[in-house]
Design a protein around this ligand. Structure first.
Ligand SMILES: *Cc1c(COP(=O)(O)O)cnc(C)c1O
Length: 403
């Protein structure tokens, strides 16, 4: 596997088409071979006894990756402009491994409050049992985070835009403050993908993605990635994945590599569809706020414009307080939008979310469900017809109730 600065094969839309090993390195075949393996055999006792030296970049045992895994890792490293990438079984496992790779009993972690729910659950249910202290910081902290650093702070963890509430955080300021104190930083970059935000260019040490989402793009597999900015960080992450026995399936690596080929084209369409839907949402009298950093009225818009080069298809719509009956009427009879967790596939999704109760720093959410929309690749006017019918059902209920 190639590591370190990758030879550039052009801008991102070109890179997604070509990133990873060249066809000439795999017998002229365009797509990577799918090598399924547990046992790897060696030619001599000497080679067998030396095999662990190859953990970081060669095929030594199926658990640590085959050619298929390393081909994907190389492609992701090129997109993230990182030193090297570890592929894991899911986005959740990439997060859990990152959070534990740097912390021992008695250490302190700083984690942004708007973090993905299962990340919070992992810290509460698992990290706490190993004596790791977790402190949540408000998303708008910026360089002031330095005031929270302690001698035992081992990692600053970020996610932006935040899960459900889409808070933007000032990544360069937080990364600079941490780097000045020698504290590593990690970020969950799933929403933007490396096409729209490159955390390592802004001073972050580890960029994490749930490749289950846009990189795969087809709602049919799970995979996670951890891209390291430097060799020592890469080795620490690779060791963590190996010790925990975390394994990425070669078939899923193949599917994600295949998904990446169309990533730029898909994101372009997701972004345009999201913009079209938001134009329609803001015209509806029940809508009180759009949570999407690319929207000019979003409080994170200035940071988004400064640091990001695009926006994906996931956003939140805050209504004027949907009752439980109105929430059911809205979601239960949709024809194109489907109700389901995850996102980043070709299909549109709509789910209710209630972000406030778990937060340490609630950020003024209105009462009632927030609607989380994933704009898929459908014709946007068809999606709007589906949404118009859903608003119609809510209005009918309100008329009946005299509201
Ligand atoms: C879905 C998601 C994850 C977890 O990914 P899985 O591959 O489903 O485990 C992590 N972070 C964010 C922001 C996500 O949306």
């Amino acid at each position: 596997m190639k590591k370190g600065p990758q030879a550039s094969t052009g801008r991102d839309p070109t890179l997604v088409v070509h990133a990873g090993p060249a066809p000439r390195d795999q017998a002229g075949v365009i797509n990577p071979p799918v090598d399924r393996a547990s046992t790897i055999v060696y030619d001599s006792v000497e080679a067998y006894m030396d095999r662990h030296k190859g953990l970081y970049d060669t095929v030594i045992y199926g658990l640590y990756g085959t050619r298929t895994t390393f081909a994907l890792a190389e492609a992701v490293s090129a997109l993230e402009r990182g030193y090297a990438t570890v592929i894991t079984s899911s986005g959740t496992s990439a997060i859990a491994l990152t959070l534990t790779a740097f912390a021992s009993a008695g250490d302190h972690l700083l984690v942004v409050d708007c973090v993905y729910g299962p990340t919070r659950n992992f810290l509460a249910d698992v990290a706490s049992r190993f004596g790791v202290e977790v402190e949540y910081y408000p998303p708008d902290i910026g360089g002031e985070i330095a005031r929270l650093f302690r001698p035992n702070t081992r990692l600053v963890y970020m996610e932006t835009p935040g899960s459900q509430t889409f808070d933007m955080i000032d990544v360069p300021s937080i990364a600079a403050a941490a780097r000045a104190r020698g504290i590593p930083t990690a970020i969950d970059n799933t929403w933007a993908t490396p096409l729209f935000f490159k955390p390592l260019d802004h001073g972050v040490d580890i960029s994490i993605a749930s490749a289950t989402k846009y990189l795969s793009g087809h709602s049919d597999c799970l995979l996670g990635t951890m891209t390291a900015a430097s060799e020592p960080v890469y080795r620490q992450l690779k060791d963590a994945a190996a010790r925990w026995g975390n394994c990425a399936s070669p078939d899923n690596c193949y599917l994600v590599h295949r998904g990446i080929r169309t990533l730029a084209a898909r994101l372009d369409r997701h972004q345009r569809n999201a913009a079209r839907l938001i134009d329609w949402f803001v015209e509806q009298p029940e809508v009180v706020a759009i949570r999407y950093p690319a929207h000019p009225a979003d409080p994170g818009n200035a940071i988004w414009k400064r640091d990001f080069t695009g926006a994906s298809g996931l956003f939140g719509v805050q209504l004027d307080g949907l009752t439980p009956a109105e929430t059911s009427a809205f979601f239960n009879s949709m024809s194109l939008f489907q109700l389901g967790s995850s996102w980043g596939g070709f299909e549109s999704l709509a789910v209710p979310a209630w972000p406030a109760p778990v937060r340490a720093f609630p950020n003024g959410e209105a009462d009632g469900a927030l609607i989380r929309i994933h704009a898929g690749l459908e014709e946007p006017e068809d999606l709007i017809a589906d949404l118009a019918a859903a608003f119609g059902r809510v209005r009918a209920l309100r008329r009946e109730g005299g509201r």
